[in-house]
Every structure is written in C-alpha cells, then in structure tokens.
Design a protein around this ligand. Structure first.
Ligand code: TRP
Ligand code: ZN
Length: 485
C-alpha cells in the first residue's frame, strides 16, 4: 500500500510539538515532553526534538502522539486461547506492526501508545533501534534522526497475555478476551491494548490485517476480506481497509463466526459475521441494513467506505460500537441500534471528533438518525421524540455542558439525548433545506478527517445565514434545559 499524504480540512487539535525558536539570532532550546530539544549547532538546519507524548486532547493527554503522521498500519497478529479457556479469560497475542509514518517535525525521539503488552524489537527503516517502554508510552529513538517531511517505516514486534481491559468509566473495551476469541472495540483510547498506535482520531490512517488463529476460528477486521489460508492447524485471515480510519474504529474480532456476504442496492458489499450460537431473532434486524443505507445516503451523501456489515458476538461489552465498515453488536442487534451504528459510518467515522469533548457530534447525530429511521419506518416522528425528551420528567440531559461532558461522561445520556434534541431544534430553527444541507456539507467538507463543535457552529451559520450564537449557547454550552432559542 503506497503511503499517501492526507489532506485534513481543519479541526485538527493543535499538537504541542516543541521546536527550538530563533529570536534575534539567538537559538533557544525549548523543553518538549520530558526531554530537552537538541539544538543544532548553528543556522537554519534541523533542530531535533522529541515528539510530544500526546495529541493534545485535554480528556486523554497521553492518547496519540506528536511529531509524525501515520499513513498506514499493517498488523500481523497471531492469537491463541488455551483450550478450554480458563478463568480469568486470557489469551496469547503476538504481533508485528508495520507503521508507515511521515515525520512532521525534526525528531530525535517519538512515542507510540501501547498498553499491557511487551515489545521485543523496534526496527526503523530496516535498522534495529533503541526503545523504552515507559508506562503506556513506547519511546523510540530513531538513528539517523528523522527530518520533518521524511517517511519512515517502523516495525514493532510485541506480544503478551490478553485480558479484559476497561476504559476510564470501567466499561470493557480494547482487546477483550472471550471464551472463543476476542471482542475488539476500542473507543475512545483502547487500541493501545492490541497494537502500537498513535491513538487519537486526529491521526487517521489506512490498515491491512493478517490475523492467524486456530483453524475453525474466524478473525473479522475492517474493510474487505482478501482471503484466508489454512496450514498446520492455523488459519490466517487477510483483511484490507483502504479508507482512512481513526484507531478506535479498528477491529480484529475473533470467534466462531459464520460469514454471510451480499451486495446492497448501491453496490456496497455487506459482510456480516454472526456467532454460530446466535438465534435468528438475535440478528434478524440486520436484514433492514440495505433499506437504512438508502435512507442515510439520501440524507448524508454516498456511503463513504468500501464495505459494510455487522459482527454479532455471543459475549458482551455492554454496548455496540460503530467499528468502521463492520459494526459490533454485543449478543444481539436491536433495530434502533442497527440504524445508530450504520449512521455513525458518516457521523463519527467519515467525520470524527477533533477532540473527545466533541463526542456529541457522533452520538447526537447517530441518535437523531435513529429517530429519523424510526419515523421513516412508520414509527414515532422525530418531532414526537423531541417533544418526549422536552416533557420527560428525566433531568438527565439537563445537568451537563453538551460540548464538554468530561472524560467519564462521553457515553452518558446527555451526549446522546440532548445531542439529538439539539439537532432537531436546529432543524426546526433553520428549516429542513438548510439543516440537511448542513448534514451533507458536514460529511463532504470534513470527509476523512476530524471536526469540532466550533466547526459545526460555523457551518450551520454559513449555510443558514443566521447568527446561531445564542442557540448553541443554550443547547451546547449551558447546562440548564433550554427554554427559548
Ligand atoms: N459509541 C458507542 C455507540 O454509541 C457507544 C460506546 C462506546 C459506549 N463505549 C462505550 C457506550 C462505553 C457505553 C459505554 O454506538
Ligand atoms: Zn453511538
């Protein structure tokens, strides 16, 4: 896969990449991360410094990294479970991750995020490199040092015992070991539990996977299945995900799956992976996928990726996730949730949050899309759903700043319900034409990248030609229930 430069329209968080400054001819070395920048002796040549240990997201300061931009991850994984699976559930994962990146600063050091696994070697452009694993930060010191604009290939060999990791709220996520494999769902910062990664949505990349599992097990990743080969009691599953993807949307779920493939009316290949223990009523709603695709393409524009499909597993993380091109469902797939995860492919995946504080742009849109699907399907109207939220006794949506829910509030009621209600209120305020123009232009303008609440407000004002300051103030920035807007 050739590396390609990515145009990100805007909305990238500012990365705290420190460089030496030159003021009135004096070279100043600045501190970056935990180490001092190494100033070149003289003149305008490269001044090497360490890349930042985070992407600059206030909610997850160490998620992602500075100083480079990943183009592509090639993940070669080998995974086995002791049989029968013991308690606590544990598996053995070995990986070789080949990471194609481009330096965005002159680097004498850069970090990757990796949690709970052990690194055996790091090779940069064919040469073995010194590295250190400090907490969840893998620190690599490339020699020769990397110049801004330079491409590098970083090969990390690693492995260890897999467990059932939890996120900041205590919810299962990342590489979650199961009786028959693993559920792999990594929002918001769980990708580092299974590969070395720049784990922030602002660094999207393309992916390829080669996942080797015991013969009889199926490994399901993003994109298209390129093939599988069996030898010596093991099967290697090869998947290709050529669309730019945020790390939290990558999956490599393993289990006893039946794969079913068909083509949607728009030509999109649909590949579903259904755990063999599932009963038809647990996945019957997936049959509505093509109809939903048609609805959302009409609202948001062409389906953005090479394929779609669902994974319905027999274990549960307690929620579903919109893993890119292959949504994950815990145990069974409810109709509203099937619509919700599909809508995320545009709203969250094609356009991702610039900072985790902007999560309402994912969940508000996905929830509102559920409302629109329900109305389309002959159920309650979006207006009726809105009215129900506004007249409900529940105060849950009215105790949070929607655009700043805090790192433990990312998946709380306010983000979903108030987010959807905001969108409906906006639709009524600016009219259907402007509202759905905003939706389409949002995905078109920020496709393949990230955007923020400020970008959304600016676009809504641009398209509606209205001053929406007080609208967004009461809906997104003040906790109380809006009374007029
Ligand atoms: N983003 C998922 C969805 O709404 C939900 C999700 C991710 C979640 N992690 C979570 C929900 C943890 C509850 C707890 O489709
Ligand atoms: Zn969602």
């Amino acid at each position: 896969m050739p590396a390609r430069l990515i145009h990100r329209p805007s909305g990238r968080v500012a990365r705290p990449i420190a460089v030496g400054g030159v003021i009135a001819g004096v070279v100043l070395a600045t501190l970056a991360g935990s180490g001092a920048a190494t100033a070149a002796p003289d003149g305008p040549g490269p001044r090497y410094a360490p890349g930042a240990d985070g992407a600059g997201d206030p909610y997850f300061p160490l998620a992602g990294n500075g100083g480079y931009d990943v183009q592509h991850y090639d993940l070669d994984l080998d995974y086995t479970l002791p049989a029968p699976a013991p308690a606590p559930l544990e598996g053995q994962l070995t990986g070789v991750a080949t990471i194609d990146l481009i330096a965005t600063a002159d680097l004498d050091r850069f970090n990757l995020d990796l949690r709970g696994l052990t690194v055996s070697s790091v090779v940069v452009d064919g040469k073995s490199m010194a590295f250190a694993h400090e907490g969840d930060e893998l620190v690599v010191s490339p020699r020769p040092k990397l110049k801004a604009g330079q491409a590098a290939s970083v090969v990390v060999s690693y492995g260890g015992t897999t467990t059932r990791p939890v996120d900041i709220e205590g919810e299962l996520y990342g590489w979650v070991t199961t009786r028959d494999g693993a559920m792999v769902v990594s929002e918001p910062d769980g990708s580092s539990t299974w590969f070395p990664v720049s784990d922030h949505p602002t660094d999207k990349a393309t992916y390829t996977f080669e996942i080797t599992v015991p013969e009889g097990s199926v490994a399901v990743a993003n994109g298209l299945l390129e093939g599988s080969e069996t030898a010596d009691g093991k099967t290697t599953w090869r998947w290709n995900a050529p669309d730019l993807m945020a790390a939290y949307l990558a999956t490599a779920t393993v289990g006893n799956f039946r794969l079913q493939q068909y083509t949607a009316p728009n030509g999109t290949p649909i590949i579903d992976a259904i755990d063999v223990t599932r009963q038809p009523n647990q996945y019957a709603n997936l049959a509505r996928t093509a109809e939903m695709l048609t609805l959302f393409e009409g609202l948001y524009g062409d389906y953005p990726f090479v394929s779609y499909g669902a994974i319905v597993d027999n274990d549960s993380v307690g929620y579903a996730l919109e893993t890119q091109t292959r949504s994950f469902f815990s145990g069974s797939a409810g109709l509203g949730t099937v619509a919700h995860e599909l809508a995320h492919q545009w709203m969250g995946n094609q356009v991702s949050p610039g900072r985790w504080a902007d999560i309402w742009l994912n969940e508000g849109w996905a929830t509102y899309s559920e409302w629109l699907w329900t109305e389309h399907n002959g159920g309650l109207t979006a207006q009726a759903r809105f009215d129900a939220v506004m007249t409900s006794a529940s105060q849950a949506p009215w105790n949070t700043v929607l655009a700043d829910p805090g790192p433990t509030g990312l998946f709380g009621t306010p983000v979903y319900t108030r987010g959807a209600a905001l969108l409906h209120a906006l639709r009524v305020k600016i009219g259907d034409d402007a509202f759905f123009d905003v939706a389409k232009e949002w995905v078109a303008r920020f496709s393949g990248g990230t955007a923020t609440t400020a970008d959304f407000i600016a676009l809504s004002e641009e398209i509606s030609r209205q001053d929406l300051t007080s609208f967004f103030d009461v809906w997104a920035y003040q906790p109380p229930k809006p009374t007029s807007w």
